[in-house]
Design a protein. Sequence first.
Lengths: 767, 498
Amino acid sequence: MTAVASTERPAASGAAERVWRLFPALLSASAFLWFLTFLPVIGAGEVVRVAWPWVPGMGIELSFLIDGLALVFALLITGIGALVLLYTASYFATHPGLWRLLILLGLFELSMLGVVLADNLILMFVFWELTTVTSFLLVGFDHEKADARAKALQALLVTLAGGLALLAGILLLGILTGTFEASALSAHSELIQDSGFYVVIVVLVLLGCFTKSAQFPFHFWLPNAMAAPTPVSAYLHSATMVKAGVYLMARLNPSLGGTDLWFWTLVLFGGVTAVLASVWALRQTDLKLALAYTTVMALGALTMMIGIGHDYALAAASAFLVVHALYKAALFLTIGILDKKAGTREVDQLGGLGRKMWATWLVAALAGLSMAGLPPFFGFISKELLYEAVVTAPAVPILVVVFAFSASAMMVAVAAAVAVKPFVGAPTKAAEKAGEPPFGMWIGPAILAGLGLVLGVLPAFTGSFFVLPTALSIAGQPVEAKVALWHGINLPLILSILTIATGVVIYLKLSAIRGALAGAEARGIWDAERGYDWSLANLKRFAAWQTDAIQTGRVTDYIFWTTASLGALLWWAIVAGGFIGVPALQALPLIEWAILGLIAFASIAVAVTHSRLIAIVGLGVVGIAIAGIFVLYGAIDVAMTQLLVETLFVVIVVVALLKLPRLRTAFAHWQKGPRWGHATLSAVVGAGVTVALLAVLETDLDRRITTFFEQESAPSAFGRNVVNVILVDFRALDTFGELAVVVIAALGAYALLRLKAERPEPKGDAR
Amino acid sequence: MLLTAPIIISFLTAIACFLARHDRVAQRWLSLLGSIALLIASFLLAAEVIRHGPIAAAMGGWLPPFGIVLVADLFAVSMVVISAIIAVTTTIYSFGEVTDGEERFGFHTLLHSLLAGGCGAFLTGDIFNLYVWFEVMLIASFGLLILGGRKEQIDGAVKYVVLNLISTIAFLTGIGLIYGATGTLNMAELRDAIPAIENDTVVLTTAVIFLFGFGVKAALFPVFFWLPASYHTPAVVVSSLFTALMTKVGVYALIRFFTLMYDTQMPQMQTMLLIIAAFTMVVGVLGAAAQNSIRRILAFHSVSQIGYILLGLAIFTPLALVGAIFFIIHHIVVKANLFLVGGVMTRLTGSEDLAKIGGLWRRTPWLAVLFLLPALSLAGLPPFFGFWAKLVVIQASFEADAYLYGFIALFVGLLTMYSMSKIWMEGFWKAHPNPSGAAALSLSRNELALLVAPIVLLTVATTALGLFASPFFDIAVQAAAQLTETDAYVRAVLGTLP
């Protein structure tokens, strides 16, 4: 892919490039053909599985499985992918970002294929997250607009959050059953459903599915994702990626499904999503947004069908999956044509395009009829199955019929608004400059819309090769359902006729309904997005507050809290260790009391003084007094070292003092008066160390090593001064290291003094 | 003597660079050769350890416990190898960034001294000797921090050194106490000597003193102040080196002490470590989310990653330790890389402040890809190495019934993505607020090659580690096994089991 480097060149750069840009579409089409060859095998009810080891230590395989469900998805992904890539090459013919778009779409297609083909759930998750990332990059394609960036981030955060829940769910499933293979999980369904983790697992997995597939209350990111270019919306946010959640529910239905929890959660969330989304679709004046809401509706309906879970419901889900992908992608691409050719997607500004764009109208009409569910389109078959499913639902059939009926009726109205309204009536201003799109943009939606008709008039083929094998995979067992155009006059047919009639009425009253809905919107009904905004804003606020509180920029604060942590830890350990006994100290001679008194006095002086000089002298007194203790206990060499260090310390610091500003004038926050807080903290830490030391003194001293040094220093190391021998022989490595420290310190000090700053000084506060 | 080779090579290189300080070209070649020699030596050492298990050598021929031993087990050599890789990337990148003056005043000498200290700390089997290596690292890192002499650097360096000195003093106090209680400084001997101490207070107080001392080094909550105060101030390549090595030495020492010598399974100790880990993860990532300049985001975020490593240690199952080891390696490879990318971003846009930069997705898409891949890895997204690190830690916490902590770790991943998205959206997606000014900033072909080569190397590493994780997982499992089953370590040092 050398294309990464060439993305900034103008796209129209010669005949060769114009051919090359069709290459991704061709690749995708070949993949489509390859997947077609699996039809006979899968239609016969078999599955194909291949696996290679990946991280066997964690039970993770590169395992792929093709069954009815996977194959239908793979065909949709590669087939629609090929047409969308073709469309994109034409739609963005002169856009400098064309190759970037094609590459991202290609990466997305591969990831999406991975999601539906992976058998190992961890592997599936790998691809799942890749679709999230590519989706983020595609939504933000128009990246110099702040709005597009914000919406890309929203899509990313919502789906990532769900993805993390999903990962937790997958891990729990794996820990519980010992396998990550989806195909092996269904054998453990009893184990899963009887375990105490079942509810948690379902909630976690569904959080992942609901966010990805835009179920209420996480639906809001999907219409917002329409900030993406139209081909992207058609492909990712309608036909493929947003169905990943539905796919996973279908895939896990044999392992997790069949319980009351599964039924009620999916039916209620799916049903509510479907109805609310269709209402909101009516409200939209931007046709692309209207379609986006109908996508949410479709996802809700699919979720509801999987939740109902009997044979007809699963057959209906399988059929609707295909039909929706076909007509929705076609309609999105048609909207893209209108946008490009008429310059707007606003329904009020479109009208009378039929004469100048009859070929486009044909496509829109075919797709719209399938969407409205008229015979002999595939959409009709799918709706018949849907109604058959809801009227036979095992629980609350009335409720699900109401869900299905109202959503479908509103779909009819939206279909009309998209496929009829722009093309009829008096030509608007936008219609004046309109015209037919280039072939490359027309052929894609035309094929998709045409397929809706072809699959509809061949119900036996469609049923045995697509619908039933898919339903079988979802059910985990063979499914009995009749896929046909004519079922006789029955309840579903009557419902269908009523649906269309209601839909037409809604369409005719559309502007009034829109007005009413606009009023409701202004009052802020079901505005779940606000939850997202609120969380993000408060997260930022809390993060800022927390960071200001902790990272104040004052080194005195840092020292205080660091030391306080040590004190807290020490006393916690002392209490937890249970050491309370005060050791019987031997009676101290007077001289030692005097030294102790001197140390105490000097320490207090350091704490209360304002004068740097007195503080330094106080510290010096403490050091010298300690040297005195060393003398008393016979450690003359240590005492001498200590004295030398203390003297040097005081001298150097006093010299430095001459250069320092006065404390109170230099530091505005310098605290007046004695620093009792600091003094107390010092005392607490000091006491803690003392108690620890006393505890150590209670144990017997092991003098093995000291004895060895004393004995061996002369005979083995040829030195009489034991300390010297320790330094230069027994523990020479330590001495070597310390020498290095001294040399490096000198080097650093030299650089600090002599090297002038060569880089600009940045502005900003030091934290 | 393979065990001493990393330390000797680094010191020799430091000295050679110092002697050649007036000849820029010679100094650079010596520095690069030294890094490559270190890499080769570390690979040879690693091969030896993989073949034979832990190996040890008594310095000066004084057998333990009387002299100092160097020990290499799988965990230690992994750290040495990864440090050597960072040495190479740091050296190459520095050629494109560090100024003439900084090189003359000892950049390369300080760099290799720091590496020597790091290798010494990873390889030593003696707690006082460990303290010495900590000092070598501290002083060399201080030199690197102030090199360049800007006020901001000195301000950061003072905070850095003061807080680290508190930690060092605590560490030294702990050594004194434990030597008093057991009469030995040898880690292998301490394995049996510490549990044998009858007074619980001695065990617990020394344990918390070491926890505090290494905790400051590792930048755990609530003692991480020095890190966000200093990491954004020196040269970019120094930030990258520090993020790879400094906190990791602290974490390494924590893991060494609390697997070999102390028992994290003391119930209160485990609870405390879990809580510290959780706060470190959350506070660190929130700190990153609140920042608005590239290096400040990256630096604060390092704190949160340390929390994951501590979580692995606190859970203390073999899988959790695998997670901790994975996370250390992951964070070194990825965060060091992101700092380097940030440096190139700054050079191309003129600022680190997110409000003042932009336009890089359009201008340099290759840089965008080189940022995106490690950033995704950092957030634990597949198929990069960070995903495996996160997955293992979370799976380990679930398996140990520490569900709350597993979920916190997941949530922190989301916030990581948020902090990275800030850099992405402002630096790459947003248009540059001053496009003509930015267009004037460009890098020569030579500079670009030197700056980008290490980035490519590290990006390939994190991707390859992610795609071919299995062999590394197996090695990490062995390394973790050596940490939990310490007999092999002790036998290598003492010859027999006590």
